[in-house]
Design a protein around this ligand. Sequence first.
Ligand code: HEC
Length: 401
Amino acid sequence: MSVSRINSNKVPSSTRSVQLGKVIRTVLLSATLLAPAFSAGAEEAKPPLRLCADPTNLPFSSDEPGKPGLYLEIGQAVAQRLGRTVSHNWYKSYFGKRTVRETLLSKQCDAMVGLPLIDDFMGPAVIFSKPIAHEGYALVGARDRKLAGIDDLRGLRVAVQYQSTPQNLLAMRDDVQKVTVLSPEEGMTALDQGKVDVAFIWAPVAGWLNKTSYGDKYQIVSTEGDGLLWATAIGFAKASGALRDEVDGVLPSLQGDISALFAKYGVPNGAPVKFGQAAPATTSSIGASEPVTVGQATAAEKPVQTAASAGDAKGDSIAGREVFNGTCAHCHGPDAVQAERKIDLRLLKKRYADDMESTFWKTVHDGRPAKGMPAWKDVFSDDELRNVYAYLQSVQDTGGN
Ligand code: HEC
C-alpha cells in the first residue's frame, strides 16, 4: 500500500531512567519529610524526550523557529505531560521503512510521531500508541463545488499525483480527465491556475498550503478507502513498551490540544467521504482504538473492460492485465513484479501447484482482511476475475528453486 511519507520524530527511549527517576523522587520525598532543609532543588531532571524530525517537512516538522510543525508540537505536548523536555535529532527526509530502521530502530530516537497504524507496518519491531490522527488523500476544489464522492468528478479535469492511490483508482475512469502532477504543491498550483477543476492529492500538504498560501480559498474533503486514509500513531521500538504505555496514558487528556494543532496547521483530520458514496462516514482521533477501515477496496465503479473477446485466452489475459495493473498492482506490483515474496503472485503456481486456482478464487473473493488483502467479490465480476487469473497464469515463475 502506498503509505506514504513518514514524518520522523523521536520521543524518549529511556523508560528505565524514567523508572529510576521515580525511585529517586520517592527517596527524595522521604528525605524531604525527614529533613526538609536538605532537599531543596535536589530533584533529578528526567532526560529529554528525543524527537527525531525532518527539518524541512512542513506541515509536520521543521527547524524554523516559531514553526515547529504539527508532529513536533504533538511530541512536545506529550513530553510536557510526562514532565520532560524534548530534544531534536534532525534527520533528513526519507520515505518509509528505511528511515524508521535508521532512526527509531537504531535507537537514535525514542519515538516517532506519525507512523502509519497498519498491521503490517514493520510489526513486531515497531509498536504503536493509540491513534493520534488520520492521514491520506483529499479532494480539493472550489468551496461551492459538490465533492461528495467519486461520481462528482465525472467530466472534470482532476490532478492526481504520480504513482499515488488516487491515480490508480482513477486510472480506469474514462469519464474523468486525469492530469498527472508530481507533488501536492504542483496539484495546488494547477488548481489555482485553472488548469484542473479538482486536485485529488495528499491531504496534509493540501491543507497546509490552502491555509498558508491560498487564504483558505478551497474546500478539502478527505476520502476514505483502501490506501486513501489511514490512522497514524506514535511509533516506538518494541523494547519501549513501558514508555508507550506512559504515552498512551496521557494522550486522551491531550485530545483538545491535538485538535487545535491540526487546525493551526490546516491539516484535515475530520470526517472523510467514503470513496464512491455520498454519505460522509465518521471518523475519530485519539481515544478511538479501532483503526480506520483501510481493508475494503471501494473501487466505485467496475472498470471498463476492453479488448477481451470471449473465449480468447490471449484477450482474456490482456483484459486481466488491465484490471491487475489498475487495482492489484497497487500492492502486488505492476505486471505482478513484486520483490516481497509473500505477495509475489508470480509464485502462485510454485506455491500451490494444483491448488493454485482454488486458492486464487478463495483469496480474491473473500480476501484475507486481517492480513491486508481486501475482498474483491463485490468489486469485480467473476468474468473480470477470471481474466485476472488468466493473466496471472501467463506470468507464473516456472524456473528452478
Ligand atoms: C491493499 C493491498 C492489496 C491489494 C490492492 C490486493 N492485494 Fe492481494 N494480497 C495482499 C496481501 C497483503 C496478501 C498476502 C496476505 C497474506 O499474508 O496471507 C495478498 C494475497 C493475495 C493472494 C494470495 C497469495 C498467496 O501466495 O497466498 C492472491 C491470489 C491475491 N492477493 C490476489 C490479488 C488480486 C487478484 C488483487 C486485485 C484484484 C489483489 N490481490 C489486490 C494485498 C493486496
